[in-house]
Ligand binder design. Structure first.
Ligand code: PEP
Length: 250
């Protein structure tokens, strides 16, 4: 089954207005050379500039997403933003359960699941992140940890259209280290098989790899079976670094 890849950039807590706008404008210009780039291109900037970035990308083949959302639609949750607010600002996707959220904000699988469901209810596509720690990998627990996260973090109404799964080994995020292609292929095949046990259109779900993806390793990683794109942190901040990664999926 052919699945349209997704190359997503996660800007995390980086970038101020004018510099972010300049990088996004460069990316849009690169992408505009293609009528159809053959993959979905997504940038998830800090929430504060989502609306501005949506304006900059209107009518282009670059989409804008959120990095997180609250599980509730509105209410007394100081400092949080809801999926509906992201949707209202023009976002189309929302990352949930990034390992930095799981660690910094003690988000459990149950919280991640509720956030994914909130994102979908608001009309966004949820990008649900899973991944093992180094300790878990070294003690041979990778596949069971991933299965547990997939089983408990995915929304109950999961479909290939409303959910993307990103495999991001925690030890590979921002470290310059990546698993071997064989290790990535093994985990992605495992996730696909887990999905098949809970949904009928599992083959259509996009499975992203994330963790120190850069121009020099993207082609090999993106070509693996069951890898349908990437979630990119550091290398998404500059259009000149991100574009070569996008190009591997064109
Ligand atoms: C991420 O933040 O999701 C990520 C994968 O970061 P990096 O590419 O910098 O490792």
């Amino acid at each position: 089954m052919s699945v349209r890849p997704l190359i997503a950039g996660n800007w995390k807590m980086n970038g101020l207005g004018s510099e972010s706008a300049a990088q996004l404008t460069d990316l849009v210009e690169q992408a505009s050379e293609y009528k159809d780039v053959g993959c979905d291109i997504l940038i998830c900037p800090p929430a504060l500039i989502v609306r501005e970035m949506v304006t900059l990308t209107k009518g282009t083949n670059v989409q804008i997403g959120g990095q997180d959302c609250h599980m509730n639609v509105s209410g007394a949750h100081t400092g949080d933003i809801s999926a509906e607010m992201l949707k209202d600002a023009g976002a189309t996707y929302c990352i949930v359960g990034h390992s930095e959220r799981r660690t910094d904000h003690l988000e459990t699988n149950e919280v991640v699941k509720a956030k994914a469901e909130a994102a979908i209810a608001a009309g966004l596509i949820a990008i649900v992140c899973v991944g093992e720690t180094l300790e878990e990998r070294e003690s041979g627990k990778t596949l069971s940890v991933i299965s547990n996260q997939v089983k408990n973090s995915l929304p109950s109404d999961v479909t290939a259209q409303n959910t993307v799964v990103a495999y991001e080994p925690v030890w590979a995020i921002g470290t310059g280290k990546t698993p071997t292609p064989d290790d990535v292929a093994e985990v992605h095949a495992h996730i696909r098989s887990d999905l098949k046990s809970v949904m009928s259109d599992a083959d259509g779900v996009r499975l992203l790899y994330g963790g120190s993806v850069k121009g020099s390793n993207a082609a090999e990683l993106m070509a693996l079976e069951h890898v349908n794109g990437g979630l990119v942190g550091g290398a998404s901040l500059k259009a000149g670094d991100f574009w070569p990664i996008v190009e591997t999926s064109i």
